[in-house]
Design a binder for this molecule. Structure first.
Ligand SMILES: [Cu+2]
Length: 159
C-alpha cells in the first residue's frame, strides 16, 4: 500500500514536472489544459488502483469468538464469511478453548475433506491466538463446524 502510494506520488511528480517544463517552453493554454487532463487521469488511475488493492486483498480475516463453545451460528465471526475466488480465509481462535474449523457438517461422510484445522499438528486451534487458513479456489457455499463442539457452525460463501 505504502509502496503503491509512493510510486503513484512519484508518477504525479514526474508528470507535473514534465508538464511545467512544457508550459514554460511553449506557454500556450492548450498545454496547460493537456497537463491538467494528464494529472486528473493519473489521479483517477491511482484512485482506482488503490481501491482494487483494498478489494482484492488476498486474505479475509475471521475469528472464533470468546465463549464459542456455548454458541451455535455466532461462534465464528463474521458468519457467513464472504470471499472471492482465490482468496484465503484466516481464522484466529480468540477463545481460550480448543476448537476446529472443519468443512462439511458433523457426522457427514465428507466432513473435513475440503479443509480441517484438525486435532493435532501446526494448524490445530488448540489455544488463543492460533490461526488456521484455507485458500478457496472454487466458487460455492462451504459449511463448516467444530468437531469438538458440533453445535458451532459457520459458512464461507465464495463468489
Ligand atoms: Cu469448538
Amino acid at each position: 500500500m505504502i509502496l503503491n502510494s509512493s510510486r503513484f506520488n512519484l508518477m504525479i511528480f514526474i508528470t507535473v514536472n514534465f508538464n511545467l517544463r512544457l508550459i514554460k517552453m511553449v506557454n500556450k493554454p492548450i498545454y496547460l489544459a493537456a497537463s491538467l487532463l494528464a494529472i486528473l487521469s493519473l489521479v483517477a488511475i491511482g484512485a482506482s488502483a488503490n481501491i482494487s488493492v483494498f478489494a482484492q486483498s488476498d486474505k479475509v480475516q475471521a475469528t472464533i469468538v470468546p465463549g464459542a463453545s456455548t454458541l451455535t451460528d455466532t461462534s465464528y465471526s463474521p458468519n457467513p464469511i464472504e470471499a472471492t475466488v482465490g482468496q484465503t480465509v484466516v481464522w484466529t481462535n480468540d477463545d481460550s478453548a480448543f476448537h476446529t474449523v472443519t468443512s462439511g457438517s458433523a457426522g457427514a461422510p465428507d466432513a473435513g475433506k475440503t479443509f480441517d484445522s484438525g486435532l493435532a499438528g501446526p494448524t490445530a486451534l488448540t489455544s488463543k491466538g492460533k490461526t488456521f487458513e484455507h485458500k478457496f479456489d472454487t466458487a460455492g457455499e462451504y459449511p463448516y463446524f467444530c468437531t469438538l463442539h458440533p453445535a458451532m457452525v459457520g459458512t464461507v460463501i465464495v463468489k
